[in-house]
Design a binder for this molecule. Structure first.
Ligand SMILES: CC(C)(COP(=O)(O)OP(=O)(O)OC[C@H]1O[C@@H](n2cnc3c(N)ncnc32)[C@H](O)[C@@H]1OP(=O)(O)O)[C@@H](O)C(=O)NCCC(=O)NCCS
Length: 149
């Protein structure tokens, strides 16, 4: 990415403020408690399943992944990408691709054979991004029950 060096490393709890800020910039949401819980949980996950991208010591992107246990009949060799986000000023510079490729490398080293992710049908940025990485429609369908009506 130009002359600036991008560093990919494991996420730590110290990255919480930067992630909250990226979420605020990307989705306009302020969700400190949500991210605190997510990141606390990521400490119980495989160490290379949650990564951040840094430029000059500033966190500008992150990816959260996990490897499934046997819940929902999903075998251990299935990885999941839960969420990925890049600061708007740094998008379309290959940051998310670097994060995802490093995560995929780490999944592969840990015996993962399939990676799943869920994307809203009209979230074009994410759909295009996963398409660019080679993701295709999977075999499971999403079911939902509306309890508000
Ligand atoms: C989707 C997202 C992660 C992509 O990050 P990024 O760093 O800009 O992606 P990259 O530059 O690595 O893109 C890699 C490839 O994906 C595709 N791609 C990525 N964003 C795209 C877009 N907006 N439109 C079309 N294609 C896109 C392109 O093929 C791109 O390669 P190219 O730039 O050489 O054409 C970023 O736009 C984002 O954070 N969106 C919000 C996601 C979100 O809602 N997260 C949850 C809360 S934080």
């Amino acid at each position: 990415m130009g002359e600036k060096k991008v560093k990919i490393r494991s996420l730590t709890s110290k990255d919480l403020p930067a992630i909250i800020e990226i979420d605020r910039k990307v989705l306009g949401l302020n969700r400190p408690e949500y991210w605190k819980r997510k990141i606390e949980l990521s400490e119980f996950r495989p160490p290379l399943a949650s990564l951040v991208a840094e430029i000059d010591g500033k966190v500008i992107g992150f990816i959260l992944g996990d490897v499934s246990g046997w819940e929902f009949g999903v075998p251990d060799n299935t990885g999941v990408i839960e969420t990925v986000g890049v600061h708007p000023e740094f998008q379309r510079k290959g940051i998310a691709r670097l994060l995802a490729e490093e995560l995929i490398r780490s999944f592969r080293l840990n015996g993962v054979q399939t990676i799943n992710t869920l994307v809203k049908w009209n979230d074009w940025d994410l759909l295009q991004f996963f398409h660019a990485l080679g993701f295709k429609r999977g075999h499971r369908i999403n079911l939902e029950l509306d309890l508000t009506g």
